[in-house]
Design a protein around this ligand. Structure first.
Ligand SMILES: O=C(O)CCC(=O)C(=O)O
Ligand SMILES: [Fe+2]
Length: 305
């Protein structure tokens, strides 16, 4: 079977009529069953917004190491903050990834809620939070599509993503390190944990996808489009009708920047398989979003980094 990664105009899911929404949902559903990856256009995010985000990302990663270390994931906790080169190992059988990253979670001023760490860069926090909310809206629109396609109420997921465990992640793959010949990947082969990932890549390709039962294929950069992929949580939720697909980043020939938005459900949302195929039982017991994510993060960071 030849796999491809379709380009889907999602504008109807934002503000279209029912007929168009159903058609878009069917196209997304097909991609989720086959490749688990699709590009989206018609998302309404202006090119200037993405240019601004990548400039902001560069400004952050150019900060001195000791400044970034002050807001490290180790200090901030809750999977937020700066993750230095070599700390993470997405493919547990390979060398640590050649990338640094900065994670931002749902911002809250409330007592007892996890806080984000912020660098001391003017306007930076506001720009990140504004993009965060753009991604939440896109994620909600995509979930209306998943719901339509899976045959549940169009707003089925809305009540399960009220305060979602979402992570906005800036990524920087170093060209200097890419030149080293130790076999370390940019990002090792893995599947994403959550429901859906919305990825923007700044020009330099390197993402590869391995459809289940297929070979590695390149996911080239398509200007103005985001790459979306299904994570393990939505695979489980769809009772394995949708597939989360292994992917990796090969070491780029030059500096590479990407921005990923990982959307996981609310901590207390019950992830209970939606059974759509006649005669089939649930493949998994229900689990809360928090228990599910905790299990998966422990596996990635378990090597002690
Ligand atoms: O940087 C990329 O293109 C993809 C990164 C990725 O797959 C991830 O962080 O989960
Ligand atoms: Fe990923």
């Amino acid at each position: 079977m030849a796999y491809d990664i379709p380009v889907i105009d999602m504008s109807s899911l934002r503000d279209g009529g029912l007929g168009d929404r159903v058609a878009t949902a069917a196209a997304i559903g097909r991609a989720c069953r086959e490749t688990g990856f699709f590009y989206i256009t018609g998302h309404g995010v202006a090119p200037a917004v993405m240019r601004g985000m990548f400039e902001a990302s560069r400004r952050f990663f150019e900060l001195p190491d000791e400044v970034k270390a002050r807001i490290s994931r180790g200090r901030i906790g809750h999977n937020r903050g700066y993750v230095g080169f070599g700390v993470e190992r997405l493919d547990t059988l390979a060398l640590p990834d050649r990338k640094e990253a900065f994670n931002i979670g749902l911002e809250s001023e409330a007592e007892g809620e996890p806080a984000n760490g912020w660098p001391d860069l003017p306007g930076w926090r506001e720009e990140m939070l504004s993009y965060f909310s753009v991604c939440l809206d896109l994620g909600a629109a995509l979930h209306r599509g998943f719901a339509l396609d899976l045959g549940v109420a169009e707003d089925f997921f809305a009540g399960k993503f009220r305060r979602p465990m979402a992570t906005l992640r800036l990524l920087h793959y170093s060209a200097l390190m890419a030149a080293e010949r130790d076999g370390a990947p940019g990002a090792g082969a893995h599947t994403d944990y959550g429901n859906v990932t919305i990825l923007a890549v700044d020009g330099v390709s390197g993402l590869q996808v391995r459809p289940r039962g297929g070979e590695w294929i390149d996911a080239p950069v398509i200007g103005g489009a985001f790459v979306c992929n299904i994570g393990d949580c939505l695979m489980r939720w769809s009772n394995d009708v949708y597939v989360s697909t292994p992917h990796r980043v090969i070491r780029p020939a030059s500096e590479r920047y990407s921005i990923a938005f990982f959307l996981d459900p609310d901590a207390d949302a019950l992830v209970e398989p939606i059974v759509t195929r006649a005669g089939e039982g649930a493949h998994y017991p229900p689990v809360t979003g928090a228990d599910y994510l905790a299990e998966r993060l422990a596996a990635t960071y378990g090597h002690g980094g």
